[in-house]
Design a protein around this ligand. Structure first.
Ligand code: COA
Length: 258
């Protein structure tokens, strides 16, 4: 088991729970890599029909762990090697979402930031508690969009709304995210756990092979586009990570929280 991730399989449903509540479920290198291999294994595991992701505690996730670079640098790894690895880890992670053939469900239990918001455009169903918020503060961090959001968000919500989120730092409430098409359904915090269970039980009753073929047909036109968008996003981010704008923003965050 990887620190920060908990998994369970029940009745054909695999649940992956982001479990670093003390860090608002920020996603580390190790977590990206395990999450990727879990998705890739689940893709071909005949005992798994559905994968659902959720978060432990109040947050869904605070996104990418912003201490990753500094922690790696402390171990003496040169910056260019860290960036290269980080780029590949991200690329593989998002590729696993693009190619995942089965039903992928996000159970957004609370606020979500960055990569755990951008990848929502690659899920099949997004259930949110009304305490959830959706924030992609890339530009303020000197970074550019990832998770294929530069393609999925304009398609889902329209280009001007995508600009609000991806360029101008707008944080959405769960209701707004529902109105903008990023969230399928919003339920009260008290009903959330029960609704998750009910939804997954209902989905697990559907014929799994037909679900896979239906998803394949619906996604076929976009698949190549998404792979190329992912590559473009990761290449640009790798360049941004070493930019003065990004280094300054991350340093500010780390100093603020110390
Ligand atoms: N990476 C690393 N650590 C993070 C983190 C992240 N993305 N988000 C939160 N944490 C850590 C904090 O450093 C803090 O650690 P500490 O207790 O050891 O000091 C702990 O989680 C709790 O966070 P804190 O900031 O005290 O909670 P808060 O409720 O005031 O604010 C957030 C929560 C998520 C709004 C705030 O932590 C934040 O803005 N995080 C960065 C989010 C971000 O920009 N992600 C990347 C997007 S591309």
């Amino acid at each position: 088991p990887t620190a920060g991730l908990e998994t369970s399989v029940n009745g054909g449903v695999m649940q992956i729970c982001l479990s670093r509540p003390e860090k608002k479920n920020a996603v580390t290198f190790d977590m990206y890599q395990s999450w990727t291999s879990m998705l890739n294994k689940a893709a071909t595991d005949p005992n798994i029909k559905i994968v659902a992701i959720t978060g432990k505690g109040d947050y869904f996730s605070s996104g990418n762990d912003l201490t990753t670079f500094t922690k790696q640098m402390e171990t003496g790894v040169p910056m260019q090697d860290i960036v290269k690895t980080a780029r590949n880890v991200l690329y593989q992670f998002v590729s696993a979402f693009i190619s995942f053939p089965k039903t992928l469900v996000a159970l957004v239990n609370g606020p979500s930031v960055g990569i755990t918001v951008t990848t929502l455009g690659l899920y099949d169903f997004v259930l949110a508690a009304e305490t959830a918020t959706f924030h992609t503060p890339f530009v303020t961090l000197g970074q550019t969009p990832e998770g294929c959001s530069s393609a999925t968000f304009p398609k889902i919500m329209g280009p001007l709304r995508a600009n609000e989120m991806l360029l101008f730092n707008r944080r959405l409430t769960a209701r707004e995210a529902n109105d903008w098409g990023l969230v399928t359904r919003v339920v009260s915090k008290t009903d959330f756990a029960g609704e998750c269970k009910r939804l997954l039980n209902e989905m697990a009753q559907l014929p799994p092979e037909t679900l896979v073929f239906s998803k394949e047909i619906m996604r076929a036109r976009d698949r190549e586009l998404l792979y190329s968008v992912n590559k473009m996003e990761c290449d640009r981010l790798a360049e941004r990570w070493t930019s003065p704008e990004c280094i300054r923003a991350i340093t500010n965050f780390l100093q603020r929280v110390k």
